[in-house]
Design a protein around this ligand. Structure first.
Ligand SMILES: [Zn+2]
Length: 298
């Protein structure tokens, strides 16, 4: 801070400029360069992996919000696992209690995975998933009457199934963690209108899902139209996605900066800052060199 009161206007101006430069620098560092933010994003991704595999994540989160979110989900799931293991659930029973009878006809091929370790998965043939939930690659299913589970497709090709799982499983498991966090009010927003708040939180939920699964950065909210701010946020996310390819940053590095936005306006500001910092870091796009088709006139 400038403490001297007897300074000329020029000195004052210089001082303001210096303060602004320092503030901008701090702000930028806070968003992307902060190693603790990167560590927290990494830790969140590892916790999601552990929830899928049933293993343990040894890395402790240094971020209170993400730490509470994952602890809360783990406690909720442990309680449900006890119920689940003693409840003799089957893939068929889970499907029957989640979807109308007429839509689950012919799902004999459904199998249960991870029944006593991580998140429960119900694997069904790709075509059956298309019938059950048109357009979905995987679905996180919640109900008051049973444990949450991920409905996931089995492709005829093992390799395709594996590639699809790599993105779809963390994406859907994040939704389960997020939902448990919202139920216990661990995730908040400052949007006053309840509908805008719901839309904003659903949008952020989707964006974090794409970050944790290394998917295409994007947000949406089923059944609700996006506001102008959220349309702008999606445009920024698309540009950020392109910029990231030319840096060493991972999508999980952006989770904490993103979660600092508590309303739609702040979201656009945060994404704008991330974009401008990445612009300075990103290597220039490779200029295509002429192939073997150059003609030389002599
Ligand atoms: Zn999603």
């Amino acid at each position: 801070m400038c403490e001297t009161t007897t300074r000329t206007f020029t000195q004052y101006l210089f001082c303001v400029i210096i303060i602004n430069m320092v503030d901008t620098q701090k702000e930028t560092e806070r968003l992307l360069e902060d190693a603790s933010h990167r560590q927290a994003g990494e830790c969140y991704a590892r916790t999601i992996e552990a929830l899928i595999s049933g293993g343990k994540n040894e890395l402790a989160s240094n971020n209170p919000m993400l730490s509470d979110l994952t602890k809360n989900a783990q406690i909720a799931l442990e309680r449900q696992q006890i119920k689940f293991v003693s409840g003799k659930y089957s893939a068929k029973r889970l499907l029957e209690s989640s979807f109308p009878k007429e839509r689950i006809v012919g799902l004999e091929g459904a199998t249960l995975e991870n029944p006593s370790t991580g998140i429960v998965l119900v694997r069904i043939p790709r075509r059956a998933l298309e019938k059950l939930h048109p357009g979905a690659r995987a679905v996180a299913v919640f109900s008051n009457s049973h444990i949450p589970f991920v409905l996931i497709a089995d492709y005829d090709d093992k390799q395709i199934t594996q590639i699809e799982d790599e993105e779809n499983l963390p994406h859907e498991v994040h939704h389960i963690v997020w939902r448990a966090g919202r139920a216990n009010e661990l995730i908040g927003a400052t949007e006053e209108d309840p509908e805008r708040k719901r839309l904003f939180l659903s949008f952020i939920n989707e964006v974090v899902a794409t970050m944790v699964s290394n998917g295409k950065l994007h947000g949406h909210c089923q059944g609700m139209e996006l506001t102008d701010e959220l349309i702008e946020a999606n445009e920024l996310l698309s540009e950020i996605d392109e910029q990231l390819k030319r840096t060493d940053y991972k999508k999980t590095d952006l989770i904490i900066p993103l979660l600092e936005a508590k309303n739609m306006k702040e979201l656009v500001t945060v994404l704008g800052k991330i974009k401008s910092e990445l612009k300075n870091i990103a290597k220039p796009e490779a200029v295509p060199t002429n192939g073997g088709w150059t003609s030389i006139s002599v």
